[in-house]
Design a protein around this ligand. Structure first.
Ligand code: COA
Length: 131
């Protein structure tokens, strides 16, 4: 596959699956980008928490791209995969894909890299011990 060819199927573990609802729209009636980012953040945080067996917090989001619009009723799937583990941090690639209508066809709508830090009960970073 060339670098310019968009992927035809999700990469990574399915971490969130939900339906875009009318309450998630912006004043124009389109799905609000912030809602979609929060789904990606939740999904990647689940991935990071399972990986580190620790409480985690989001420290950065990079390369966030909104590639296609999301509509009310779309089934939204977030997929996460590990990009890098540091001393206390984890970089996780997240893609959101939607299924629209009844044919089951998937369309990639966003991508981004979310970075989490493993923290203790006081909120201080501690080393990632992979579970
Ligand atoms: C995340 C937090 C605990 C890190 O504390 P800190 O004192 O900055 O810790 P450090 O400087 O030791 O950095 C910890 C790790 O995060 C990484 N990091 C820090 N800032 C980063 C950034 N902007 N982008 C990517 N990685 C970053 C460091 O490289 C380090 O990784 P490593 O240990 O794998 O090498 C602290 O910044 C914090 O509490 N931030 C708020 C988090 C939050 O509230 N998130 C929710 C947003 S609503």
């Amino acid at each position: 596959m060339s670098a310019s060819t968009p992927p035809t199927e999700p990469h990574g573990e399915l971490v969130i699956r939900t339906i875009a609802m009318p309450a998630d729209t912006n004043p124009s009636g389109d799905i609000f980008g912030g809602w979609l980012m929060s789904q990606m953040d939740l999904g990647a945080a689940i991935y990071a928490r399972n990986l580190s067996r620790s409480r985690v917090t989001t420290v950065a989001v990079d390369g966030m791209a909104f590639l296609n619009p999301v509509s009310v009723g779309d089934i939204v799937n977030c997929h996460a995969s590990l990009l890098k583990v540091g001393h206390t941090s984890m970089k996780i690639t997240v893609e959101a894909w939607v299924q629209r209508g009844t044919d089951g066809k998937m369309l990639r709508v966003t991508k981004g890299v979310f970075t989490y830090v493993a923290i203790d009960q006081a909120g201080r970073p501690h080393p990632v011990h992979r579970g």
